[in-house]
Design a protein around this ligand. Sequence first.
Ligand SMILES: Nc1ncnc2c1ncn2[C@@H]1O[C@H](COP(=O)(O)OP(=O)(O)OP(=O)(O)O)[C@@H](O)[C@H]1O
Length: 258
Amino acid sequence: MIQINELTKVYKLTKKQMMEQKTKKKMMKAVDKVSLVSKPGEIYGLLGPNGAGKTTVLRCIATLLKPTQGEISVSGYDTVKESEEVRKRIGFLTNEIKLDPQFSPKYMFTFFGRLHGLDDKTIEERREKLFAYFGIKDFEDKKIDELSTGMKQKASIAVSLVHDPEVIIFDEPTTGLDIVTARSVTDYLKMMRDEGKTVIISTHIMTEAEKLCDRIGIIIKGNLVLEGTLDEILNSTNTRDLEDAFFELYKIHNKEGE
Ligand SMILES: Nc1ncnc2c1ncn2[C@@H]1O[C@H](COP(=O)(O)OP(=O)(O)OP(=O)(O)O)[C@@H](O)[C@H]1O
């Protein structure tokens, strides 16, 4: 279970960032009082456009960023005060975390397994299962550097699951993957959901959110503007699909200067 209570994250901008973003403001509020609950046995999807704050929310849950205000608990542990306990229980995937290019998927899997305190037999069993499922065996001994984007993503996913975490936090898990590989990832997420794990993902792909997520939170400019099952979202926006619902909300919540 993930419980987020009024999470606000403000970034201090460097001079370079101020120039790039053409702003005189020294602070940037990326997430504004977001509250949500992601439950075991459910896939929660954070859906939003580029820069909406999805990665920031997921990084705060994963203890990589400290909230400016608000609290987050994962399986009852506070992400700031009990970050070690949280880290033991989560599998985190993000595009920005790269596997060491010099090593192979097999080496990285064993390395992270040992880091989590697993014995070699358990690591081997998990590797067999995950590498077979994601079709990693054919390239398990190749250097990460020599792998395609899809192969790297598959290896990163397997490594993030080495300790069989109860909470899965995946930032845009299918970005850059072909349709076959993307389906194997979303099927795996469903399997973990059905095993009773807590799964939260971010996406900007409407069909993925529609098909995969049990509940969807729509985030625009750092605000969680609507949350619910697909049916609840369509009912409350009086629309027929998620894309239409999203644009209805976008018109209201993306006004300049807000
Ligand atoms: N380290 C940082 N310093 C300053 N600003 C940042 C930093 N990280 C993110 N931001 C800004 O915070 C806002 C939210 O970014 P975030 O990456 O959380 O959005 P996102 O919804 O994940 O976007 P995307 O879909 O493009 O990955 C953006 O305006 C971004 O430029």
